[in-house]
Design a protein around this ligand. Structure first.
Ligand SMILES: *Cc1c(COP(=O)(O)O)cnc(C)c1O
Length: 441
């Protein structure tokens, strides 16, 4: 079935017509958490996936003795290949996704005392890079239907010091780019796309990461394109790419500016190695197929889960023409499960052999953020009045609620056969059927 576009009607009929997946027949039995048999005994596909392609690529770099981008060609080749794949004009490979964001903030001139708008439903790196600049992270509440930054809540938070709008394409789903880009243009604020979880996701047929002033990607081990660690930035502007190149290369740009050891800017060493680029080029040979399989499986799982209430998959904005499904995210409603609390549902589902998690805690209320913005350095950058106002603004009730409802499945669970989706749905059904027993247990 891989590679065949899915017709939701057909797949539903297929689902109803065929025998239940292995293990599904056990559904009427006791929940595994209460001592019954598991719906699924075998592990989901392991991640990463690799073979001789990676081995040979790594050995070639090793034997060449050209291990860094200054002496080899793999990093350069990867940048060209990733630009082509995404349709971006320019690409810069970086040490990781965090440094891609950090470089972006620097070349867009985010300084101490500036403000950056970010979502609270994201990985901590999104806020960490803002704090490294001594800028103020201003959190925009989440649209719980999509798990993305709520574009309707951005404008009231913009001040004269707002320097960058930095939405995230969370989970491989796409934020409301049209609305956010319109605000960025109207208010003349640069936009950074944190696309660290959204490799090859699309908005209106064009790859994400190519819409903003920069688009940042991570190739950390858990991500859909993986070299252990690694990152990249996409640009449409050659000059911005040149400044980013210089920043990531200790301030030394490609354009000659005079004598040796003369520098275009301050910077850091945030370069990708030749080894990582070689792995990425090998991993990219599988990317298309993996994306197609994830999308087909995710669509099928969405249709299965929507047959009953209680586990509502994240919606997509109409402009999202491809969801990269780094995560399969859904909202849990205990009402549909006899009042079974979310955390107990997660335990019961894990016990059935379906790994799952409750996802992020609210980032905006993590104590480390307050501790940082009340530190000595920050007090020199922001008035007491601004910090007090930040406290009042820093409420994201929709996000707080979402963090209590979320259920995540990771991307590797979507790259196996379709019958894996049948088992996920079967385990959910089994828990729903026995929810009252689980509540009492
Ligand atoms: C993974 C991730 C990052 C950071 O990437 P690293 O490569 O781990 O530094 C940033 N933002 C988001 C949303 C991420 O998921």
């Amino acid at each position: 079935m891989e590679g065949i576009p899915m017709n939701p009607d057909l797949s539903r009929r297929h689902f109803l017509a065929v025998a239940p997946a292995a293990g599904a027949a056990l559904a009427p039995g006791k929940p595994a958490l209460l001592g019954g048999a598991k719906v699924r005994a075998e592990a989901f596909p392991a991640w990463p996936i690799f073979d001789q392609r990676e081995e040979q690529a790594l050995l070639a770099v090793l034997r060449s003795g050209r291990w860094y981008r200054g002496s080899g060609s793999h990093v350069k080749n990867f940048e060209a290949a990733y630009s082509t794949l995404t349709g971006a004009k320019q690409c810069l490979a970086t040490a990781n996704g965090t440094s891609a964001l950090l470089i972006s903030l620097n070349v867009l001139d985010v300084q101490a005392g500036d403000e950056v708008l970010i979502p609270p439903y994201t990985f901590t790196a999104t806020v960490n890079v803002v704090l490294r600049q001594h800028a103020l992270p201003v959190f925009v509440d989440t649209d719980p239907r999509t798990f993305q930054m709520d574009a309707t809540k951005v404008e009231p938070l913009i001040t004269g010091n707002t320097r960058v709008l930095m939405p995230v394409h969370l989970g491989g789903n796409v934020c409301d780019l049209d609305a956010l880009l319109a605000i960025a243009r109207r208010r003349k604020i640069p936009l950074i796309e944190d696309a660290c979880q959204a490799h090859l996701a699309e908005w209106k047929g064009r790859k994400v990461g190519t819409y903003g002033d920069t688009g940042c990607f991570s190739f950390q081990a858990s991500k859909n394109l993986n070299s252990g660690e690694g990152g990249a930035i996409l640009f449409n502007d050659e000059d911005l790419r040149e400044r980013a190149y210089a920043f990531h290369n200790n301030g030394s740009g490609l354009r000659a500016i005079g004598a040796n050891f003369a520098y275009a800017s301050s910077g850091a060493n945030l370069r990708l190695t030749e080894f990582q680029a070689a792995i990425l080029l090998a991993q990219m040979t599988r990317l298309d197929q993996q994306i197609r399989t994830r999308t087909e499986n995710a669509k099928y799982l969405t249709a299965l889960l929507k047959e009953s209430p209680g586990l509502e998959p994240a919606a997509m904005y109409p402009g999202c023409t491809n969801n990269a499904y780094h995560l399969f995210m859904a909202r849990y409603d205990p009402q549909a499960f006899a009042g079974l609390p979310r955390d107990k549902f997660l335990k019961a589902l894990s016990a059935e052999g379906i790994p799952c998690s409750g996802g992020y805690s609210p980032l905006n209320t993590q104590p480390f953020i307050r501790n940082t913005i009340y530190s000595r350095g920050y007090k020199r950058c922001f008035s007491e009045k601004r910090l007090q106002q930040w406290e009042v603004q820093n409420r994201c009730p929709a996000n707080d609620k979402l963090c209590t409802e979320a259920v995540w499945f990771t991307q590797n669970m979507l790259i196996g056969p379709r019958s894996d989706m049948d088992q996920i749905a079967e385990a959910v059904r089994k828990i729903r059927t026995h929810a009252a027993d689980l509540v009492r247990a």
